[in-house]
Design a protein around this ligand. Structure first.
Ligand code: TIU
Length: 223
């Protein structure tokens, strides 16, 4: 077991039964012209976590631990996109419309690619998810069960939307979850802070949180 000086108290994980889950670090959310910007957000805020997230992925790669990447995406015919999602609000472009990086939030389009700095390597698991949570309408739960995974470490965007939704889904399924604070970001800094606070409140009601350096130090000390 590796024990991290996390909040609200120590988080222990068996690395061979732990997966890193990197949520939706795709061009749609991080780069101008994608889904995030069509919703009215300043996407520049999200780039700040890329170097730390790359180090986190590197830590798992160097140790041969399981890595999962997710993408929020829909099929080209929009069969898995509820009209309620597509029609919500007043986006400048709707899901499926042609944008500067191809059709918005559609699987296989350039905008749906994970950003090059964090691109998955062969053998890493990539989950295409139509919802905010990565367990809904995907094979993620089955894949983790077959691999005997019991603990999940989370990174990605956005903290209070897809990251928090997936952590809550995972928590209800019995996984012990750690969120890496400086490897997750929101378009709304106050929502990121609130999400971190509510995840670890009430004795880690949803899970634990820690900065990357604290996780890295724990891994180093365990060697
Ligand atoms: N809009 C927003 O903050 N997030 C999403 O729509 N998806 C994810 O968080 N990935």
């Amino acid at each position: 077991m590796i024990t991290v000086a996390a909040e609200p108290f120590a988080y222990s994980f068996p690395p061979e039964k732990t997966a890193l889950v990197v949520i939706d670090m795709q061009r749609d959310f991080v780069e101008p012209g994608g889904f995030g910007e069509t919703l009215g957000n300043n996407v520049a805020l999200l780039s700040a976590i890329v170097p730390t997230t790359a180090k986190l992925i590197g830590l798992f790669r160097d140790n041969g631990w399981t890595i999962v990447h997710t993408r929020e995406s829909h099929s080209a015919d929009l069969a898995d996109c509820p009209p309620a999602k597509r029609l919500r609000g007043s986006p400048t472009l709707k899901i499926g419309d042609e944008g500067p990086m191809g059709r918005i939030l559609i699987r296989g389009e350039p905008g749906n690619d994970i950003i090059p700095e964090l691109a998955p390597l062969a053998g890493e698991i990539v989950i295409d998810k139509p919802g905010k949570g990565a367990f809904y309408a995907t094979a993620l739960g089955d894949i983790l069960r077959l691999k005997g995974i019991t603990h999940l470490v989370f990174a990605g965007v956005t903290t209070e939307v897809c990251v928090q939704t997936t952590m809550r889904e995972a928590n209800d399924r019995g996984y012990d979850c750690l969120l890496v604070e400086d490897a997750t970001e929101s378009y709304f800094p106050e929502f990121k802070a609130a999400a971190i606070a509510m995840i670890r409140a009430q004795g880690a009601i949803v899970g634990w949180t820690a900065p990357f350096a604290t996780l890295e130090a724990a891994v180093r000390e365990a060697k």
